[in-house]
Design a protein around this ligand. Structure first.
Ligand code: SF4
Length: 257
């Protein structure tokens, strides 16, 4: 695991690194790996907008069952594509977006529906190309480039954002969008570290640092968390000693993928 400079760039960088080291031990270090193929990551993001995971999967499966493959999806009448993905929230908006994305990929590769050319591109160019796609934001671009191509970027969702603000290494007024660059600047530019930081803080927001009533007694970050200090006072030696040091799947359940 790379270490930042012995002298931290700022108190925020020191806290972010402490958060990373503690959660890395708490949840376990992970090898960087994709959640799904790059094409699926990109297209599923469009389908997932304000849609449950089950309905997003249904739409994805129906789309490929109906039209067979990506050339079939691109050639389909847009209204029929919208019908196939009707379990998503806004099929009439998403169908033309998917076809536009497929057109742009085809224009780039000269045929195949494959995003692997992004691996060869400089990070800034890959990021700009993805961000220019209709319906694709900074979080999706970062997820795809980090998870699928091990580029040193940091996806920030509401869970990562909330934990960072409560612990206190992200300012209270920094938006999720702006947090991408702010948090990235606090951490080493190393894809494996950023992958683990993202996954662990995402799990932490989902499993312990809930939006409503965070489970602070179970939290290993309490010793330096601003929210804890504000609500419970300085963490006592007894409170710290009673804090679990590792996630217990037998007692608390398996962590999501
Ligand atoms: S101590 Fe509480 S508020 Fe702070 S990170 Fe842990 S769960 Fe969240």
């Amino acid at each position: 695991m790379p270490t930042p400079d012995a002298t931290y760039a700022s108190p925020a960088a020191e806290k972010a690194w402490a958060d990373h080291v503690i959660l890395d031990h708490f949840y376990g270090h992970l090898p960087p790996e994709p959640r799904r193929t790059p094409m699926r990551e990109l297209v599923s993001t469009i389908l997932s907008h304000r849609t449950t995971h089950a309905d997003e999967e249904l739409a994805y499966d129906r789309m490929l069952e109906t039209f067979g493959d990506w050339p079939g999806v691109l050639a389909a009448p847009t209204a029929e594509l919208a019908h196939a993905i009707r379990t998503t929230r806004w099929p009439d908006t998403q169908a033309p977006r998917i076809q536009e994305i497929l057109r742009r990929i085809q224009a780039e590769t000269g045929g195949p529906f494959d995003l692997d050319f992004l691996a060869e591109w400089p990070l800034e160019r890959a990021m700009a190309w993805l961000n220019d796609m209709p319906g694709i934001g900074l979080k999706t671009s970062s997820l795809l480039l980090l998870f699928n191509y091990q580029k040193p970027v940091l996806p920030v969702d509401t869970h990562v954002h909330r934990v960072a603000q409560r612990v206190g290494f992200l300012g209270p007024k920094v938006s999720v969008e702006k947090a991408h660059a702010v948090l990235l600047a606090l951490l080493p530019a190393d894809a494996e570290t950023l992958f683990n930081f993202h996954k662990h803080n995402y799990w932490h927001g989902q499993q312990i640092c809930f939006f409503l009533r965070p489970n602070c007694p179970r939290c290993p970050l309490k010793g330096f968390c601003n929210y804890y200090l504000e609500h419970y006072g300085e963490a006592t030696p007894e409170a710290l000693a009673a804090t679990p040091t590792q996630w217990d799947p037998a007692a608390w359940g398996k962590l999501p993928h």
